[in-house]
Ligand binder design. Structure first.
Ligand SMILES: [Fe+2]
Length: 313
């Protein structure tokens, strides 16, 4: 199944739709979204009908990870494995598949209650993709939209689940201290992108820690970094580069929902025949300095966790 599956789309519940529209167009450089039949906004990063679906709601958090798999056999295998893993897979009806612009849709519940959707044949949009602010476009296609990082109560167990059910492979483990907080992470790949999913144990008010989109050209990340300053987007990690073998040049900031976004370029690809997972204790080769805001957010989440605040269901 390796190489035949990708993180195709994310569905996110957002409370401030006008703010998100501004953010997507002015910061991320995404073209005008389509409006789906249920009123959700469907944003594109490439020729696919959508990569980011924003649904108006109070959670300001992830609603679903959307995995696209090639081939009926792979689709069936994932559902069997999900059943075995106790994830209660269910086929969705035609109306649900239409809302996701896919040919076939199923859903199952991943670790920490995260909804995973399994899709076949994500439709292509009617018009070519073009971004004025990211003229080189985004690196997507067979590698999917980018990556998502979720909060996991037990990253190792959650990682084992995604490896077992989706055939993902371990890229790296991480243990690092940022400000007042220790973060443990597991990074997974399912195609040559270094990671499509990572699972972090750290204090957080949300299940979605960040979503990464990757520009094809480094210049477009330089431009995005300057745009972030101009637009006063709250930065959490300054421009920097992840260590090899990831090598991504990126920066992080806050979306209007309070979870983070990462815009990157230059990510190295994995050669599955030679790749060996590694354990890291640092997140950066250069840059990626946590801002005062990032440290404060971590501290307030740590205090919240200490006094028993739960992630919202
Ligand atoms: Fe990332």
């Amino acid at each position: 199944m390796f190489g035949a599956i990708r993180l195709a789309y994310l569905v996110v519940s957002v409370s401030n739709v006008p703010e998100w529209k501004r953010f997507c167009s002015q910061m991320l450089g995404l073209p005008e979204p389509a409006t789906l039949d249920d009123g959700a906004l469907a944003y594109r990063l490439d020729e696919a009908a959508h990569r980011l679906i924003l649904r108006e709601g109070g959670a300001d958090d992830i609603e679903a990870l959307g995995w696209e798999v090639d081939g009926d056999e792979n689709f069936a295998v994932v559902l069997v494995r999900a059943e075995k893993g106790g994830a209660q897979p269910a086929m969705m009806d035609e109306a649900a598949a239409r809302l996701r612009n896919v040919h076939k849709l199923a859903a199952f519940t991943g670790p920490d209650g995260v909804r995973n959707e399994l899709a076949m044949a994500l439709a292509r949009a009617a018009s070519p993709f073009r971004s004025e602010l990211v003229p080189g476009g985004f690196r997507t296609d067979a590698m999917g939209l980018g990556h998502a990082v979720l909060i996991a109560s037990n990253p190792e167990a959650a990682g084992a689940f995604y490896r077992e059910v989706l055939g993902m492979r371990l890229s790296q483990t991480l243990r690092v201290r940022i400000g007042p907080v220790t973060i443990e992470g597991v990074f997974l790949h399912c195609n040559p992108r270094h990671h499509s999913l990572a699972l972090f144990k750290m204090p957080s008010k949300r299940r979605l820690q960040h979503v990464m989109i990757e520009a094809r050209e480094l210049r477009d990340i330089g431009l995005a970094w300057e745009r972030a300053q101009k637009l006063d987007v709250p930065i959490t990690l300054t421009l920097g580069q992840h260590p090899e073998p990831d090598g991504m040049v990126s920066f992080y900031g806050l979306t209007p929902s309070g979870f983070e976004f990462e815009m990157g370029a230059n990510g190295r690809l994995i050669d599955p025949a030679k790749f060996e997972p590694i354990a890291l204790s640092l997140t950066s080769d250069w840059g990626h300095h946590p801002t005062a805001r990032a440290k404060w957010n971590l501290l307030s989440a740590a205090i919240g966790a200490k006094f028993g605040r739960r992630i919202r269901a």
